[in-house]
Design a binder for this molecule. Sequence first.
Ligand SMILES: Nc1nc2c(c(=O)[nH]1)N(C=O)[C@@H](CNc1ccc(C(=O)N[C@@H](CCC(=O)O)C(=O)O)cc1)CN2
Ligand SMILES: Nc1ncnc2c1ncn2[C@@H]1O[C@H](COP(=O)(O)OP(=O)(O)OP(=O)(O)O)[C@@H](O)[C@H]1O
Length: 188
Amino acid sequence: MSDLADIKAAARKAAFAARRAAHEAAGPGEAGHLSQVLAGHRGVPLSGYMPIRTEIDPVPAMEEAAAHGPVCVPVIQGAGLPLKFSRWEPGCRLKEGPFGAMIPEVDDFIEPEILIVPLVAFDRSGGRLGYGGGFYDRTLEMLRAKRPTLAIGFAYAAQQVEALPLEPTDQPLDMVVTEAGVIGFDRG
Ligand SMILES: Nc1nc2c(c(=O)[nH]1)N(C=O)[C@@H](CNc1ccc(C(=O)N[C@@H](CCC(=O)O)C(=O)O)cc1)CN2
Ligand SMILES: Nc1ncnc2c1ncn2[C@@H]1O[C@H](COP(=O)(O)OP(=O)(O)OP(=O)(O)O)[C@@H](O)[C@H]1O
């Protein structure tokens, strides 16, 4: 394993612990700021996610967005491949996908222009650490090559770290929304 992979693995372990503590302490209404941000983008194809493990739950914000435009969730196609996104509606029939995340029973693939991105840790400049499959990196690279694409990280505030190690393939987040507010990033 490379040094960088070792550093990422250590950062992942620490961030999982912080995320678990935040998840256990969390109350209702944690997606309120996310709803507010999404209200500024009504009707734009949006991907959310069905939470696994101790991820913060975006489903209330997805339910609101679904009243105004198409909403979808990620479906793994295989290792090394970008994600596809299948149309989701509140209460639609779901089945278990790879790694335990629920996916719609019927495939109806669309391409999102705004993505609510799950994460393990984020840093001060929009760097993101996921589970290590590179799925969102590959997916954002593919979508951004086609059209402007907004990647909104959604996380507990406790998942923020000072700086994450960056690889050339890491795709930056445009903003992060937490239960406490909205964080934008200065780049340039
Ligand atoms: N809710 C949700 N859905 C999602 C994602 C996500 O991060 N969150 N994904 C985002 O890509 C994809 C699923 N990718 C995942 C990849 C790995 C693991 C996971 O738990 N991995 C184990 C083992 C890793 C290993 O052995 O290499 C682990 O981390 O312990 C979970 C989801 C698509 N759907
Ligand atoms: N666009 C890409 N093309 C080729 N390899 C990539 C690409 N994006 C990421 N990778 C590789 O995938 C592996 C995992 O990447 P990384 O550790 O950044 O995943 P992650 O962002 O934590 O996971 P995920 O996005 O699935 O939640 C790394 O070895 C990385 O080099």
